[in-house]
Design a binder for this molecule. Structure first.
Ligand code: NOJ
Ligand code: CA
Length: 670
């Protein structure tokens, strides 16, 4: 007790000679404590403790503005704390019910030298803390331009961290693991692990009409927000009343709880859509992987992928195998003339759009349309309503968008700046108007917007499976890092489920985008069983079984994908370690789907099925690596084991290096 009191005094007095506490707030379970302080000269800071242990040391807050004095010295006008507790339901997702419970400190501040006002709203949840700045309606501030957001994150430890480098246009990078002190500038979610195993992940929620935040290294383990700029160097153009996104720090004692966090969804606004009956998660296949492999083409010609005939075959396969949607890429004229109206609406000569759309409708299979903008935002925005209204008449209720333009949009703005953020949102809102679900590639990062716009289903926003087709690809370690980094932000259209993981049989028949022969030796870097596990582990409400149907036809392992549900009532993280392994169980009605996946290391995994209903017999069908599976030399070997289980059973799995297991557990009387 004395030690506790002493630590508390040391913490409160860290700067008590110069700092005045303006308010404190604790998480509902009283584990996390956040403190907001002002120095005598008006500098604002916050800090966060886990019980008595500092996680974030006092960190500076403020803004520099264009053509006016910075907002960096404040006096407090008022401060109050309130509590909130409610449960709410998502229309689709990893779990139906979400608990939203927090304590909130609201501080009203005034600039020391002017009448300009700013509020700080800081919330403490059991799974992290979050804060945002608000600029209320006022006479002293109207339109303003943020040149810099001076939010710091002074991490208490030079922790182990997992990150991708920040550029302002692409998230398609491999993760690195270093100490915090070694980073330069990174994207969020940025995840760190302290010596005692505590995990923190810095990100943002409700990124609306603002520039995306990256994190820049200052010194030691101190980081600072670096917003993605406009071409003119400014960061955010604003007008009161205005508020920033939430700056979020998910905090957990272990990796399991980090992955289970609902912090970001809780920080977003409730749904703007009253009728969500048209929004339905689904599995899909597509004329897609063959094009990336380079055996088919987007463009019309001898090897054209999206022909009427192939489209009909895909629709038939989908119908026969409980797959609800089919994506067609490159069915349009002028594929290379990205952005033109033609490229979105005029089918190529060998693709009869109406015939395909009618056939899909007849068969009860959804078509996923594809809009590759090539980053030409002005053109896309000018055609998009036309496109969506024509698509919706054809029964195309889902659109995959694309923004292939590494160096920014064609108007020179960045993907991740305020301009881009507003564009991506505009498309979500227009899609909702036409009852269209969205899957965005080369998107803005996810910040939990699906709560407000439940038609924003999934997105890429990381290096997806496509890289395996035409580059050194994605290692098992990389995909095992995703659940603890990128996926903390929300669903990802990774495009898993490749059965022909070693596609060397196509060597010599594969061509790149420019028609040059593709290098031999590229492949998928996991076992087949791990590809099945990824279908569960890498959550996406539009989950693609990405391989070509000829590789699925008659394949016994496809039974798992056929049975898989992608909309869940509940999700339990059974077991997890960052970048090493994860086992996830997801329930849809009475059936559970479990995905267990490992990195480059083979591993034994055991867990009790105590989440099953007591006194009920279930059948477990386990798709797993076989004894002789070897991701390099024998990756496609797998075995299927069936076993009776109940809530007292402990399952033992042997995962090969870069391997996995995928399990269906269903009640016997079902
Ligand atoms: C990149 C996307 O990630 C991919 O899925 C798509 O096929 C291509 N762009 C072409 O639009
Ligand atoms: Ca991509």
């Amino acid at each position: 007790m004395r030690v506790f009191a002493l630590i508390l005094i040391v913490w409160l007095c860290q700067a008590c000679a110069t700092e005045l506490s303006v308010g404190k707030v604790s998480s509902p379970n009283n584990q996390l404590h956040a403190l907001v302080q002002l120095t005598k000269s008006g500098e604002l800071s916050y800090s966060v403790n886990n019980k008595t242990k500092p996680l974030i040391l006092p960190s500076h807050l403020g803004f520099t503005l264009q053509k006016q004095a910075p907002l960096e010295q404040f006096e407090m006008l008022s401060a109050n704390v309130k509590s909130y507790k409610k449960q709410w339901q998502v229309p689709w997702g990893e779990r139906k019910n979400i608990r939203n419970e927090y304590n909130e400190l609201f501080v009203s501040l005034k600039d020391l030298r002017s009448e300009r006002k700013m509020n700080l709203r800081l919330r403490a949840y059991d799974d992290g803390v979050a804060f945002r700045f608000e600029f209320p309606q006022q006479k002293a501030l109207n339109e303003f331009v943020i040149m810099d957001e001076k939010t710091d994150f002074n991490l208490a430890e030079n922790a182990t961290s997992w990150w991708i480098e920040a550029d302002y246009d692409s998230y398609e990078k491999l993760y690195k693991q270093t100490q915090v002190a070694e980073i330069k500038q990174v994207q969020t979610p940025f995840t760190v692990r302290n010596q005692d195993g505590t995990l923190l992940s810095i990100h943002e929620a409700a990124l609306t009409d603002y520039a995306s935040m990256t994190l820049k290294h200052k010194t030691g383990s101190q980081l600072t927000a670096e917003l993605v700029p406009w071409q003119d160097g400014s960061k955010v153009k604003a007008k009161v009343p205005f508020r920033t996104p939430w700056r979020t720090v998910q905090i957990a004692n272990d990796a399991k709880s980090l992955v289970a966090s609902d912090l970001l969804l809780n920080l977003n606004e409730p749904s703007k859509l009253t009728d969500t009956s048209w929004i339905k998660p689904m599995k899909y296949i597509g004329i897609w992987w063959g094009i990336h492999l380079g055996v088919h083409t987007w463009k019309e010609g001898e090897r054209h992928g999206a022909t009427t005939e192939r489209a009909m075959q895909y629709i038939d396969f989908a119908k026969q195998h409980n797959v609800q949607g089919v994506l067609f890429e490159g069915w349009n004229k002028g594929w290379e003339q990205w952005g033109t109206r033609e490229a979105y609406l005029v089918p190529s000569d060998d693709f009869d759009l109406e015939k395909v759309a009618n056939y899909a409708k007849q068969q009860g299979v959804a078509i996923i349309g594809h809009n590759e903008t090539g980053g030409n935002i002005a053109a896309y925005e000018s055609h998009v309503e036309d496109i969506f209204s024509i698509y919706s008449k054809l029964g195309i209720n889902t659109v995959k968008t694309g923004y292939v333009a590494e160096q920014g949009f064609s108007n020179g703005e960045h993907h991740q700046g305020q301009f881009g953020v507003n564009h991506y949102r505009k498309i979500v809102e227009l899609a909702a108007k036409y009852k269209i679900m969205l899957n965005a590639h080369e998107p803005i990062k996810d910040t939990g917007i699906r709560r407000t716009w439940p038609n924003m289903m999934t997105r890429e926003g990381a290096r997806g499976g496509e890289y395996n087709a035409w580059s050194e690809g994605n290692s098992a370690d990389y995909t095992m890092t995703l659940p603890f980094t990128r996926l903390l932000a929300g669903p990802m259209d990774y495009t898993p489920g490749i059965f022909d993981v070693d596609f060397s049989r196509f060597d010599g028949q594969r061509y790149d985008w420019q028609g040059q022969e593709q290098k031999a030796g590229y492949r998928v870097h996991t076992t087949l069983a791990r590809q099945l596990a990824n279908m569960v582990v890498l959550y996406s409400p539009l989950q693609m079984a990405a391989d070509m149907i000829e590789n699925y036809q008659g394949h016994p392992a496809f039974k798992f994908i056929e049975a898989l549900d992608v909309d869940y009532d509940d999700t339990k993280i059974i077991d997890a370690e960052v970048a090493e392994h994860i086992t996830v169980a997801r329930r849809a009605n009475q059936r559970w789907f479990i995905g267990s996946a490992t990195n480059k290391d083979a591993r034994e995994v055991s867990f009790k099925l105590d989440f099953l209903t007591a006194n009920t017999q279930y059948q477990a069908t386990i798709y797993q690596d076989a004894k002789d599976t070897d991701w390099q030399d024998n990756p496609e070997a797998y075995q299927v084991v069936t076993q009776m289980v109940d809530h007292e059973t402990t399952l033992h799995l042997t995962l090969a290096a870069a391997g996995g297991a995928a399990i269906i557990i269903e009640p016997l009387n079902d």
